[in-house]
Design a protein around this ligand. Sequence first.
Ligand SMILES: Cc1cc2nc3c(=O)[nH]c(=O)nc-3n(C[C@H](O)[C@H](O)[C@H](O)COP(=O)(O)O)c2cc1C
Length: 338
Amino acid sequence: MNIGNVTFTDRLICLSPMAGISSASFRGICCGMGASYAPTELVSARSIVYNGLSKSFRFAKIDRSREKVTCIQLFGSDPSDFEKAIDVICSDDRLKDVDIIDINMGCPVSKVIKTGAGSALMKDPALASRIVKASVNAAGRYGKPVTVKTRTGFGAADRSGPEFAKMLADSGAAAITVHGRTASQMYGGTASIEDIAKMRDAVRGYSIPFLANGDIKDGPSAKRMLDITGADGIMIGRAATGNPWIFREVRDYLDGKETKIHPSVDEKCDMLLTELKLTAEDLGEHTAVREMRKVMPHYVRGMKGAAKVKVLLCSADTIEDVRKILDSLRNGNDNGME
Ligand SMILES: Cc1cc2nc3c(=O)[nH]c(=O)nc-3n(C[C@H](O)[C@H](O)[C@H](O)COP(=O)(O)O)c2cc1C
């Protein structure tokens, strides 16, 4: 399977981009566990145009030693911002090896949609098309494909998803990912596999990969999504937080090996520390520990003593603090917690 000139030999099973979670370290870990690729979180095209990479580099950072295929996701609402931002990225020594540029047309957060970006672009397909064309043009000069991640519609009654997907393909998108919720649903309710399938059907005649996304949490839910939508691949978001093993588990399941992976308490604690240390290499220890406060509780989910440990992790300041908290968990030294 190809996304532009990038060839994948395995089924596409990707980490879905998540702001505040998809750090370079976590993306590298997920790729090591079998994710085909892992786009960065959304990065503002306009900020890159006005500030260069000074503010954005930490979000756009890619690591070819850990990620097999790299993908930077941009958001914005002005075609020329995308053109210029792609030029900046592809001319930067640290980022120019990026394989894929992805455009965010799904973010429902108000500070993004009020600028006309993210899912707001679903309400303006003509502008969305101009953004894709401008990006394809700019990235094409560097031999890189442009993909789009979007939703099934904007408002609850919006049925324009299939037409929108067709427009994206006609405008030159090299792959399309669809999250099966409308923007107005945010992350509530359940993802509509049927609505994703309708968008998949609309672009079946185009030879570009289609990825389905939303509520995939294990092998069976991944298989159901693939079977019903006929998608070429999937993206997994929230279920991967604190659980990068999910990529191996889902791959095994889809390959007919019904192996449920149960990482031990030690393995989970070790993985948390690995992610934390790698993040500290990028951001410094102080920022890394603070930024991982919202991620760390996911690693200890379901463990005996997790409730109190989660609270302690959220107030940790150093890697040593985290290590000590985890040691108490490993030793079962939880003082009767939970
Ligand atoms: C905290 C959080 C941050 C997100 N940030 C992004 C983002 O930067 N770019 C994007 O395309 N989607 C983003 N999403 C949406 C996810 O990529 C994904 O489409 C959504 O969570 C549904 O998939 P899931 O059910 O597997 O989590 C985010 C979701 C969450 C929960």
